[in-house]
Design a protein around this ligand. Sequence first.
Ligand code: SDX
Length: 433
Amino acid sequence: MQLSDKKATLSFSDGSAPIEFPVYQGTIGPDVIDIRKLYGQSGMFTYDPGFLATASCESGITYIDGDKGQLLYRGYPIDQLAQKCDFLDICHLILNGDLPNKEQKAEFDSLVTHHSLVHEQLHFFLRGFRRDAHPMAVLTGLVGALSAFYHDSTDITNPHHRQVSAIRLIAKMPTLVAMAYKYSQGQPFIYPQNDLSYTGNFLRMMFATPCEEYKVNEVVERALDRIFILHADHEQNASTSTVRLCGSSGTNPFAAIAAGVACLWGPAHGGANEACLQMLEDLQANGGVAKVGEFMEKVKDKNSGVRLMGFGHRVYKNYDPRAKLMQETCKEVLASLGLENDPLFKLAMELERIALEDDYFVQRKLYPNVDFYSGIVQRAIGIPTSLFTAIFALARTVGWIAQWNEMLSDPDYKIGRPRQLYVGPQVRDVPSR
Ligand code: SDX
């Protein structure tokens, strides 16, 4: 970041001396006011619950222009990346700062491929869960448990250890997610197969059985690879901020990523794709398109507690570019699988059409987000609804670990420790008991 020639001055109505703050500018996007000396000079904190106007860090990984509906990974627009790259290209880009050349790609792909096995003891660890446990409960446990197996790469001050942990996490997440799925189905775990692509390997670990050869469907492989690309990183969202705050204590990378998995599970965040598909299925079961008007009235009624899941976003006040690409992928996959008349897709398109014409949504700048169509695609390729957020976590792992690494690579980083506005009781003595 660089110092702007602009300054910010804070003046007080009680005649206290004004305070001047430096302003910094980034490559693109809003400038920031550096308020680090505010408390020392005024005895006051800023107040910004939910961090709507607070930059927690500087980062060079992802940039979102919410008004334009633009998303860049290391400067490249998401639509170009989704069309021209595969997910491991994106992992290399997000982790290392640029797309791999031919040799770098061969080396990176091979490195990830040869770290996809997990320690056999994790198979026993997994068997401690109930078979009907939610996959995100299992995944939170499994990812945290990785720190019990990989002590040789948890020195967070060592850049090589950080790189090894990054590769291990990217490589093992598909294996862990597939294991959680197989366990819930009562089927045997399928080991990674090194001659398959990252996404083809995941599909085989998910849907193959020891009873017959499994052939990867190329349309499904490409669609799922694109879903991974669209979910890879997204600035300082709730789960990424969780990983940064957790990692800032110096804990190991597996524990920090497990915290991100736990945060992503929430329906306001990564759990929205599961909640969105549940909403569409419930609507479909209760009248479908004919009942959309009635449903939308509930959504607009504050007291109903009903939200249009997959709609709205803290940053995007325009169409989420990922939702557009996801809708395209939806059409491609449904057509290739002969499901172009999928009622849920038609219902989702009708919901979107009505919402985008309705004042309630237009005034609040509520548009479809990444979660609105992703569930329909995943359902069409056979992924169970309860696994959608685990797929999101699989894809977001590269973003989380890259952001964690970026934080730790800054020699001036500090443990995160927000302050508060205290509104509790005055000091008082404990009465005699
Ligand atoms: C993800 O941060 C990220 O980048 C996240 C993510 C990523 O890649 O990491 O993009 C992934 O989490 C996408 C978002 C998935 N969540 C959902 O689809 C759940 C439904 N959406 C909302 O709950 C909501 O839109 C949020 C949580 C996404 C954003 O909430 P904000 O920014 O806190 O906005 P808000 O709740 O203050 O809403 C502003 C207004 C309110 O109405 P008023 O009080 O002004 O009258 O819009 C309304 C809200 O009631 N509103 C909705 C709505 N979302 C917001 N009304 C109906 N349906 C919705 N979905």
